[in-house]
Design a protein around this ligand. Structure first.
Ligand code: PGA
Length: 232
């Protein structure tokens, strides 16, 4: 299983340290990836040096350098010890909802991340409105076709937007159905589930066919909860 923690815009260095210290000795069989905000990355890279836990970022630009004020490039992420990068999280897609070109930008980010030696975690998923209109598969297909690369290593995270931070999760059957659908579009790719994964439901979700791991938000900020998820 791959257990990726998306810390979003949370924690200062002082707050992150005890959390990292309490999990960094992890010796289990799962692949654990912590994705903090940019400002925490160098400090955490140092803390995780001798650990089996990997470091990920939450976004990157599509160029490796240049006049892009306020952006961070894949090359710069690699430089501080990052190995993974979340791309296309719904919270970032929603900031760009009025940009019809956004899927193309995501595709450029994904290629650029791969070229810099990072593994992108590509997030896809339907909104509540799209789900109610029975458009889930159509949306997922569109997101995959528009952004997933033909070559290079990457991970897909299926995150129904309505399940993120809401405490709601799809049924077992729904998760299995969508993961099976995605695996037909991108055979051989690891597909994570994300959206209200916690220490109570992680075992059940991990047992669903086609689920290769999780992208965890809220529950990854609390050591006791995240430890249980890491050991799923
Ligand atoms: P959540 O977030 O676990 O808090 O629902 C998941 C995510 O946004 O990646």
């Amino acid at each position: 299983m791959i257990i990726a923690a998306n810390w979003k815009m949370n924690l200062t260095i002082r707050e992150a340290k005890p959390l990292v210290n309490s999990i960094k000795k992890y010796k289990g069989r799962n692949k654990v990836i912590l994705c903090p905000t940019f400002t925490l990355l160098p400090e955490m890279a140092g803390m995780l040096k001798k650990s089996r836990i990997s470091l990920g970022a939450q976004n990157c630009h599509f160029e490796q350098k240049g006049a892009f004020t306020g952006e961070v490039s894949p090359l710069q992420l690699k430089d501080v010890g990052v190995s993974y990068v979340i791309i296309g999280h719904s919270e970032r897609r929603s900031c760009n909802a009025f940009n019809p070109d956004y899927n193309r930008i995501l595709s450029k980010k994904i290629h650029s991340a791969i070229n810099a030696g990072l593994i992108p975690i590509i997030c896809i998923g339907e909104t509540d409105e799209q789900r109610k209109k029975a458009q889930t598969k159509k949306i997922i297909k569109k997101q995959i076709e528009a952004s997933v690369p033909k070559k290079g290593k990457y991970i897909v995270a299926y995150e129904p937007v309505w399940a993120i931070g809401s405490g709601k999760t799809p049924t077992r059957e729904q998760i299995e159905d969508i993961h099976e659908y995605i695996s037909k579009l991108v055979p051989g790719t690891k597909i994570l589930y994300g959206g209200s994964v916690n220490e109570k439901n992680c075992k059940e979700i991990a047992s669903i066919s086609g689920v290769s791991g999780f992208l965890v938000g809220g529950a990854s900020l609390e050591a006791n909860k995240f430890k249980k998820i890491m050991h799923v």
